[in-house]
Design a protein around this ligand. Structure first.
Ligand SMILES: [Zn+2]
Length: 286
């Protein structure tokens, strides 16, 4: 393949121009052979390397990088990724469509992505729950990256309970802490691994959200299921958080196999103008 491309370009003006003077005095075929020798020898040398550099093409898929320095707390998107909203009972389905395919003779592969904005690990913008904010453009593009990135606490919430005011108080989150990821029973139950939206998840009750807003400095609220708010308080708890437009909600985080404690969190949503939700990539750095 490399040889083919090289020959093609050699015969075009791209490579021919700098070689013009040389080729006047030498057999073009000899020049061509001399030029491809490094490529042939280097490709033979590659085979001596162990996977993933050798013949076995196996992509690495990791949850932890750098021997425990970086934790990926984002769920992988698959056709079974669960989503909020109606009509996604069996996961998000075929979210990638290969529009142009090399298998079918195209020079490249080229896909279209179609994904619910509130599926898998994602972030909510104020416009998700307030029509006036939606109309005024409080979208994903307006979210504060300074809130989405910085020191963060990963805390364990008492199991079998929604996050009430009492639970919030019991967590003793110090003043000054601005980013908290709440690990709940949802993680133990691996709810994000099920394609169906499960309404029995735990989350914030309205009074728990209000307590957080009134008594802490938390501006980034991360939870481990598709909604930060418990199903029974779905809308009221969201409204408490989103009303101020200062608190950012990251939902559906993958918090298993990470120790509770202090990290640097880095969350980056797609810059989707007009969108009230977006898939987000979040990592923790030790
Ligand atoms: Zn959402």
């Amino acid at each position: 393949m490399i040889v083919f491309w090289f020959y093609k370009y050699y015969n075009q003006s791209l490579l021919k121009t700098p070689l013009k003077n040389l080729s006047r005095n030498m057999n073009p075929n000899l020049i061509f052979l001399l030029l491809i020798i490094p490529y042939v020898t280097s490709s033979l040398k590659d085979n001596a390397y162990p996977p993933p550099y050798g013949e076995e093409l196996i992509p690495l898929r990791r949850e932890v990088y750098g021997g425990g320095k970086i934790y990926d707390i984002t769920h992988r998107v698959t056709s079974e990724t669960p989503s909020g909203g109606r009509g996604f009972g069996e996961g998000v389905g075929k979210y990638l469509t290969l529009l142009e395919s090399m298998k079918n003779g195209s020079d490249y592969n080229f896909s279209i992505i179609k994904l619910p904005a509130h599926s898998g690990t994602h972030v909510d913008a104020p416009g998700h729950m307030f029509e006036n904010y939606f109309e005024e453009g409080f979208d994903i593009d307006s979210l504060d990256l300074e809130v989405l990135n910085g020191p963060a606490l990963l805390v364990d919430v008492p199991r079998d309970k929604n996050i009430t005011a009492e639970v919030m108080e019991s967590l003793n989150i110090p003043k000054g802490v601005r980013r908290v990821l709440f690990r709940t029973l949802n993680t133990d139950r691996r709810l994000m691994s099920q394609k169906r939206f499960d309404t029995s998840y735990v989350g914030f009750m309205k009074e728990g959200a209000q307590w957080l807003k009134d008594n802490t400095d938390i501006k980034l609220v991360g939870t481990d299921y598709l909604s930060v708010a418990a199903y029974v308080d779905l809308i009221p708890a969201h409204l408490v958080f989103l009303e101020s437009r200062e608190i950012i909600l990251v939902e559906g985080l993958k918090l298993e196999d990470v120790e509770a404690g202090l990290y640097d969190v880095h969350c980056l949503p797609l810059r989707l103008l007009g969108a009230e939700g977006s898939p987000i990539r979040c990592i923790l750095i030790k």
